[in-house]
Design a protein around this ligand. Structure first.
Ligand code: KIV
Length: 289
């Protein structure tokens, strides 16, 4: 069996196969020896040990494979896909079909990282819808799913985790709500916002999330949330005290030069390299006559 091709959450893989008798069990044990025991437990242990968790987005096979080979802990097929790959203004137009298509490609390139996929807007308006969408992502190779919301989405999160699908939460600035919010604004500036964020973090932990993304949260509030909960916080624009950090890969490598969030320090200028290579090719081709 090609484990990487199926990429069932490990608990489900184990449960399904142990039910099939001793020969299958022996095979599973042999295969399981090559795999991390339980990645979700590892992340909690990493938090306890003070080891930072690293996460980046990918939307295609080569990027996923390169990130995976670099040793990243988590690869997220984010619905930022809409902005940095599909050229949309925000993430609100991203469809389930688009996300599944890209998740399937990413899954082919991931061997060691945990593969998480975003549930796009309006695919989790009810708990039933959330589970149905989450299962579709598992079927194309995701090992966990993420959706945006805290207290407001506890029933959806509980339904997903009860279905045995590992879940990553996302609170703070919620890009799928950018139109209602009127922009990408930092969260946690007021006492009531800070209290609401802490309540969100506690609610998602209680509902079974294995980690929580804190997007553009005041650094000191992110620090307080990080010490108040047992699951790791993964920050984006939320300061250095989170248990891990996540970035949109296009921002990190300078592949979307028309806009870079203020909190990102790019490590490369890939857009410049593409322009340089394309110009060289154009010149070389035209020079021949
Ligand atoms: O869609 C995305 O890429 C995300 C990360 C930025 C956290 O949700």
């Amino acid at each position: 069996m090609d484990l990487q091709a199926t990429r069932l959450p490990l608990q489900e893989f184990g449960a399904a196969n142990f039910a099939r008798g001793s020969v299958a069990t022996a095979c599973v044990l042999e295969l399981a020896a090559d795999l991390p025991a339980d990645p979700m437990k590892d992340f909690r242990q990493m938090k306890q040990r003070g080891e930072k968790i690293t996460a980046l987005t990918a939307y295609d096979y080569p990027t996923a494979r390169l990130l995976d080979e670099s040793g990243i802990d988590i690869i997220l097929v984010g619905d930022s896909l809409g902005m940095v790959v599909l050229g949309c203004q925000d993430t609100t137009g991203v469809t389930l079909e688009e996300m599944l298509h890209h998740t399937r490609a990413v899954a082919r390139g991931v061997k060691q990282a945990l593969l998480v996929a975003d549930l796009p807007i309006h695919t989790y308006d009810t708990p039933e819808q959330a589970v149905e969408a989450a299962r579709k992502f598992v079927d194309v190779g995701a090992q966990a799913v993420k959706l945006e919301g805290g207290v407001s989405h506890v029933t959806q999160i509980q339904a997903i985790t009860k279905a045995g699908i590992p879940f990553m939460a996302h609170i703070g600035m919620l890009p799928q709500s950018v139109r209602e919010e009127g922009g990408y604004r930092i969260k946690g500036r007021t006492q009531s916002e800070a209290e609401a964020l802490l309540a969100d973090a506690r609610a998602v932990e209680e509902a079974g999330a294995f980690s929580v993304v804190l997007e553009i949260v005041v650094a000191d509030i992110a620090k307080q949330i990080t010490s108040a909960i047992g699951i790791p916080t993964i920050g984006i624009g939320s300061g250095k005290h989170c248990d891990g950090q996540i970035l949109v890969t296009h921002d990190l490598i300078g592949l979307f030069p028309w806009f870079t969030p203020k909190f990102v320090s790019p490590e490369a200028r890939v857009a410049d390299e593409i322009r340089r290579a394309a110009s060289a090719f154009i010149e070389r081709t035209r020079a021949v006559g």
